[in-house]
Design a binder for this molecule. Structure first.
Ligand SMILES: *[C@@H]1O[C@H](CO)[C@@H](O)[C@H](O)[C@H]1NC(C)=O
Ligand SMILES: *[C@@H]1O[C@H](CO)[C@@H](O)[C@H](O)[C@H]1NC(C)=O
Ligand SMILES: *[C@@H]1O[C@H](CO)[C@@H](O)[C@H](O)[C@H]1NC(C)=O
Length: 351
C-alpha cells in the first residue's frame, strides 16, 4: 500500500503540467494480446468469443458493454489512466480508431488469441502475427494524421503492452490432444516464449522501445480451470500453476536476454501471477469475499462457453468483493490490484 502511494506520488510529480494541461507520461499506448486486454476488436469478428452484451460492462462508463471481458475497467485501462490519459486507445477494428484517436495509440488485442497463431485460428480471433500486421498498417495511418516525424516519435516513445499465453494453455493446450499428447507443457512453453521473442524483435524493428509483457496468471486458480481440471476439489490446480510458473521463469530469462541484445530497449515483465495468487489464496486480507466463483452466473461452469450472458442465473448484485467477474477473467476490483502491481514493475519503462 505504501509502495503504491509513493509510486503514485512519483508519477504525479512526473506528469507535471504543460501549458495548464497535464501531459501523459508516454505519447501513446499500443496493446497486443488476448481477452485480458481486448477492448472490443472481437465485436467486429465472426467469433463466439465476445463480450459486447450485458452483463459485461455493467460497471463501465455509462454501463455500456464494449467487448471488454469484465464488469468494468481492464488493468490496462487503469494503467492508462495512471499514466495520465483521459481516454483509452480504441479497438483497432472499431470506427473510433481513426483521426485524432490514433494519436493516443491503438488496441490490437483479440480475445481467444495467444502467442501461438493456431489458438486464435481455433476461435476465429486475430492471431498475434495479424495483430502485428495491423500495427504496421496503423503506422501509415498515424503518419498520414500526424506527419511522419511526429508519428516517429509517437512510435518510439509509446508504451507497448503484450498480454497473452493464458488462452494458449486453457483454451488450447490442455484440451487439445494433438498438443498435449505430442509435447510436454515445458516444450509448449518453450515454443510460446520463442514466439514472444520473435514478436519483440519485430516490434523493435518497427520502432518500439518500451515494452511490457505480462506473466501468465495462476492458471490453476481460474474458476474455470478448477471446475474443469480440479477433479472435484475446490482448491487451485497445482499442476496448472506450476506450468504457469515454469513459463514465467522462461519469460523472465528471455526478457533479461532481450534487454541485453537491444541496449536501447526498455523491457519488463509485469508479474501478475503473484498478486492474483495472493488475492485468490487470501482474499479477505484485501477486502474480497469470493475468490472461487466468478460473479457472473454460477461462476464455475460458464467455462464450456467461456462466457457469461444476459440469461445467466445467479449473477451477483455487486462485483466489488469478487476476485473474478466470470469464470476466467478478473473483476474490475481485482484489475485495480493488478494495475497497482503493473505500475510498480513498469515504472522504469515510462520514466
Ligand atoms: C525517439 O526518437 C527521438 C528522435 O530520434 C529521440 O530523441 C528519443 O530519444 C527517442 N526515444 C526513445 C524512447 O527511444
Ligand atoms: C520473474 O521475475 C520477477 C521480477 O524479478 C519475480 O518477482 C518473479 O518471481 C519471477 N518469476 C519467476 C517464475 O521466476
Ligand atoms: C458495490 O459495493 C460498493 C462497496 O460497498 C459500493 O461502493 C458500490 O456503490 C456498489 N455498487 C453498486 C453497483 O451497487
Amino acid at each position: 500500500m505504501e509502495v503504491k502511494c509513493l509510486l503514485l506520488l512519483a508519477l504525479f510529480l512526473l506528469l507535471g503540467t504543460h501549458g495548464g494541461e497535464a501531459q501523459p507520461l508516454v505519447p501513446a499506448v499500443m496493446t497486443f494480446g488476448d481477452s485480458s486486454v481486448d477492448v472490443g476488436n472481437n465485436d467486429y469478428l465472426k467469433t463466439i468469443i465476445k463480450a459486447n452484451f450485458p452483463p459485461y460492462g455493467r460497471d463501465f462508463k455509462n454501463q455500456v458493454p464494449t467487448g471488454r471481458f469484465c464488469n468494468g475497467k481492464l488493468a490496462t485501462d487503469i494503467t492508462a489512466e495512471t499514466l495520465g490519459f483521459e481516454s483509452y486507445a480504441p479497438a483497432y477494428l472499431s470506427p473510433d480508431a481513426s483521426g485524432k484517436n490514433l494519436l493516443i495509440g491503438a488496441n490490437f488485442a483479440s480475445a481467444g488469441s495467444g502467442y501461438y497463431d493456431h489458438t486464435a485460428l481455433l476461435y476465429h480471433a486475430i492471431p498475434l502475427s495479424q495483430q502485428l500486421e495491423y500495427f504496421e498498417e496503423y503506422q501509415s495511418k498515424l503518419a498520414a494524421v500526424a506527419g511522419s516525424s511526429q508519428a516517429q516519435s509517437i512510435i518510439n516513445g509509446s508504451l507497448y503492452i503484450i498480454s497473452a499465453g493464458a488462452s494458449d494453455f486453457v483454451q488450447n493446450y490442455y484440451i487439445n490432444p494433438f498438443l498435449y499428447k505430442t509435447q510436454t507443457a515445458d516444450q509448449f512453453s518453450d515454443r510460446l516464449v520463442g514466439i514472444f521473442k520473435n514478436t519483440v524483435a519485430q516490434l523493435y524493428s518497427m520502432g518500439a522501445r518500451r515494452i511490457g509483457v505480462t506473466s501468465l496468471p495462476p492458471l490453476g486458480c481460474l474458476p474455470a480451470a478448477i471446475t474443469l481440471f480440479g477433479y472435484g476439489s475446490s482448491g487451485c490446480v497445482s499442476r496448472l500453476n506450476s506450468d504457469a510458473q515454469n513459463f514465467n521463469g522462461k519469460m523472465n530469462v528471455t526478457v533479461d536476454s532481450l534487454s541485453k541484445t537491444y541496449s536501447d530497449l526498455k523491457i519488463a515483465v509485469f508479474d501478475i501471477y503473484t498478486p492474483l495468487y495472493d488475492l485468490v489464496t487470501s482474499p479477505q486480507s484485501q477486502g474480497f469475499t469470493e475468490a472461487r466463483r466468478g460473479c457472473c452466473g454460477t461462476g464455475t461452469v460458464e467455462t464450456t462457453v467461456l462466457l457469461c450472458n444476459p440469461k445467466s442465473i445467479g449473477t451477483c448484485p455487486n462485483a466489488t468483493t469478487y476476485v473474478f467477474w466470470d469464470a476466467v477473467h478478473p473483476s474490475e476490483a481485482a484489475n485495480q490490484v493488478l494495475a497497482d502491481s503493473l505500475l510498480a514493475e513498469g515504472i522504469n519503462l515510462v520514466t
